[in-house]
Design a protein around this ligand. Structure first.
Ligand code: BT5
Length: 313
């Protein structure tokens, strides 16, 4: 959101302000004030004009308004886009950073390994573009940070979510959100990192292809997505600048630790008890014979009996 519009909203936050007063405070012309107020109205802010001046009546639930009150990130909002990750990668190519691409609907959302990610209108589909000064090998820690930030924001909204390693946010054994991280860089330095988060917010699980998917609407009713996204991004920003807090926070949110799991890594399958997570995000699995460290893969929670034919999540 433009700095001037942010300042106008801030001024209106304390009660009505006249046009001339706004022009004075912001050191812009009255015509410019009028133009910015019109722009805010177009973005869904309800601003009335009365004898006391302009008055802010309501802030929209989602859309460009997410930028209002958010520190540290520029927000680029789309009603509909193919994929916020694709757009964030393009912005990375233009040299941008600390941008969040946000959409109400995606027409070509992607999961890991190029799987399709259903993204109907009403969800939270966003991608965070950052350039952390770390080696490329450390990138997975930001995927964990995104899962923690999402889980905490969802818990704040009253839904007891947990994380399944490495990046699924579940309610019980149903998937509420997923994370897709993409990056470019040299071995010793990340060039850019795009952390994509898909969160089934105000959507109907019937509109999602996977029968083991859930949404906030199904779990507790519709949420204010602006507050949710601001909470999520605030949490991500905190973890981003305090990396030492990410693993402890992940352990606190995780449902995988202490469970029997099966992890498919592409070239092997590891079955055993998930005993811990290690930097930058590897799962430690006690197979009974030794402890295996698995850096990436698809994880299935198994029943404690060891009956692997009946996965529970
Ligand atoms: C993920 O992949 O969980 C990562 C999803 C990341 C999506 C975000 S949305 C914003 C940004 N822009 C993008 O284009 N992507 C990111 P994975 O672990 O591979 O899970 C994919 C699998 O989840 C699919 O194969 C389906 O079985 C299932 N699935 C698809 N859509 C779903 C949904 N909306 N909710 C729950 N499960 C879904």
């Amino acid at each position: 959101m433009q700095e001037t519009r942010r300042r106008i909203l801030e001024a209106l936050g304390d009660g009505p302000v006249t046009g001339p007063e706004l022009a004075d405070r912001l050191d812009i012309s009255r015509a410019a004030v009028w133009k910015h107020v019109e722009g805010l109205r177009e973005d869904g802010f309800e601003i009335t004009g009365g004898p006391d001046g302009y008055e802010l009546q309501s802030v929209p639930e989602y859309g460009p308004a997410v930028a209002f009150g958010l520190e540290g990130f520029d927000v680029e909002y789309h009603d509909s886009i193919d994929s916020t990750n694709r757009r964030a990668r393009d912005l990375a190519g233009e040299g941008r950073e600390n941008v969040v691409v946000l959409a109400d609907e995606q027409t070509g959302g992607r999961g890991r390994l190029d799987r399709a990610w259903a993204s109907p209108s009403g969800g939270v589909w966003l991608s965070i573009l950052v350039r952390p000064a770390v080696p490329a090998a450390h990138a997975p820690i930001y995927t964990l940070a995104a899962a923690v930030a999402t889980t905490r924001a969802v818990r704040e909204a009253g839904v007891e979510a947990t994380i399944k390693w490495p990046n699924d946010v579940l309610v019980g054994d149903r998937k509420l959100a997923g994370v897709l991280t993409e990056m470019e860089g040299e071995a010793d330095r990340v060039g850019w990192l795009v952390v994509g988060i898909g969160l089934n917010a105000n959507v109907d699980p019937d509109d999602l292809p996977d029968r083991r998917a859930t949404s906030l609407r199904a779990e507790r009713g519709d949420v204010n997505r602006r507050a949710l996204v601001q909470g999520l991004l605030g949490e991500f920003a905190r973890l981003h600048s305090h990396r030492e807090q990410i693993l402890p926070a992940w352990r606190e949110c995780a449902d995988t630790l202490g469970r029997r799991v099966r992890v498919e890594t592409g070239d092997r399958t590891v079955v055993g008890e998930a005993v811990d997570i290690s930097f930058p995000g590897a799962l430690e699995i006690d197979t009974g014979e030794r402890t295996e460290t698995v850096a990436a893969g698809d994880c299935e929670h198994l029943r404690p009996t060891g009956n692997e034919s009946r996965p529970s999540g």
